[in-house]
Design a protein around this ligand. Structure first.
Ligand SMILES: *Cc1c(COP(=O)(O)O)cnc(C)c1O
Length: 382
């Protein structure tokens, strides 16, 4: 039954060798910029490519301000701190995500709380968020508090899962009603739009990742975006050890981080930003080919971009009938050299987060049992 798919993927990628889930591609532009960064001797956290990358990403997303960081996890940690998350405060996020989302909350001493996702978008469900808050929260002078734990609910972190935009407008509206800031985890969503607005620009802060397996990469990298100039200035300050500007004095006015992206990585990031439109076009071709193929397959459903959105289709995903078929599928495709992966274990099921409060997680469990990600990388230029 899966042989047709295996053959289809091999034809799509013009290869009978191992086909990875999402390998990066590089060309002469990447090479030229990286070599130029080396020749300039500015390879560390100061340099023209870092500033240029920040400008390019802010312009592309229309986010207004952008601060580059060493990876997506530190971008999230910075974003959460910017909106005021403090030790022992709660942050609501979804259980169906990569572990970095929950880890960034924990790195600040925050406590993750898991609320269900939408079946269609695979991202945080605004209805589930509202019900959770109705049942558990009360608004006080300095924000929303969890009645059961007594802790402040300091932020909401929706994720644009696999690059598909979540119902972000509704999530932000709900959070606003409860006076809770929103940090959008757009790590997987560079090049994804919801109603013609780029993901990551709806919340108070948005974050992106440029890890090696993401839509575009700079080896390792991340970014914080915001339309709030004060937050942007604070982001830059926090990620550069919170040093007060002075010709020679070392004075620091808060406990900052060494999170600034290096110029060497930023050089590759600039090249990849230039190539982004072409990469997105190619990824949509791949997604369309899968959609056409699966239209005639009864044993699974291809997950399409939600209505009124344009997804980057970071990872093309299908839903199988149940966990047993999923495991069988993973077995057969991986044995044939076609790399496929299940969705993540739910955060609430990891030993490290098993004590965290959750809402009802029916949709997340449903998706966790059925989702499989398919090879979705850009094909090498031939
Ligand atoms: C990749 C990813 C991150 C973390 O980004 P890194 O650059 O790997 O630190 C965070 N959240 C989600 C949803 C991701 O997929």
């Amino acid at each position: 039954m899966y042989n047709d798919l295996i053959k289809f993927v091999q034809t799509l990628y013009r290869s009978e060798d191992f086909i990875p889930l999402h390998a990066p591609t590089f060309n002469e532009i990447d090479r030229e910029y990286v070599l130029d960064a080396i020749d300039s001797t500015f390879v560390s956290s100061v340099g023209e490519y870092v500033n240029r990358f920040e400008n390019d990403l802010a312009t592309y997303t229309k986010a207004v301000h952008c601060v580059a960081t060493v990876n997506g996890t530190t971008a999230l940690q910075t974003g959460l701190r910017l909106v005021g998350v403090q030790f022992n405060e709660e942050v609501i996020t979804q259980p169906l995500t990569f572990v970095a989302t929950a880890n960034a909350i924990s790195h600040l001493g925050g406590v993750p709380v898991f609320v269900d996702v939408d079946k269609d978008t695979m991202g945080l469900d605004p209805g589930a968020l509202e019900s959770f808050l109705q049942e558990n929260a009360v608004i006080k002078d300095d924000g929303a508090y969890n009645k059961k734990t007594g802790r402040r609910i300091a932020a909401v972190v929706p994720v644009h899962t696999f690059g598909h935009p979540c119902a972000i407008k509704e999530v932000v509206e709900t959070a606003r009603c409860w006076s809770i800031p929103v940090v959008e985890d757009g790590a997987e969503a560079v090049g994804s739009w919801s109603n013609d607005r780029h993901c990551g620009t709806f919340g108070d802060v948005g974050v992106f990742s440029f890890n090696g397996n993401k839509t575009i990469t700079c080896g390792g990298g991340g970014a914080v975006v915001t339309s709030d100039e004060k937050l942007a200035r604070h982001a830059k300050h926090l990620t550069t050890t919170a040093k007060i500007d002075h010709p020679w004095e070392y004075d620091h006015d808060e406990i900052g981080y060494n999170f600034r992206l290096s110029n060497l990585n930023a050089a590759m990031a600039c090249a990849q930003m230039e190539r982004l439109p072409g990469i997105l076009k190619e990824k949509r071709k791949i997604a369309q080919a899968y959609e056409d193929f699966f239209a005639s397959q009864e044993w699974c459903e291809f997950i399409k971009e939600p209505e009124c959105t344009t997804s980057n289709y970071w990872l093309c995903t299908i839903a199988l009938d149940d966990a047993k078929s999923r495991d069988d599928f993973l077995e057969k495709t991986n044995a044939a050299g076609v790399m496929t992966r299940p969705a993540w274990k739910l955060m609430s099921e990891l030993s490290i987060y098993s004590n965290c409060q959750t809402g009802s997680l029916d949709n997340a469990r449903w998706l966790r049992d059925r989702l499989v990600c398919l090879p979705s990388g850009v094909r090498a230029e031939k």
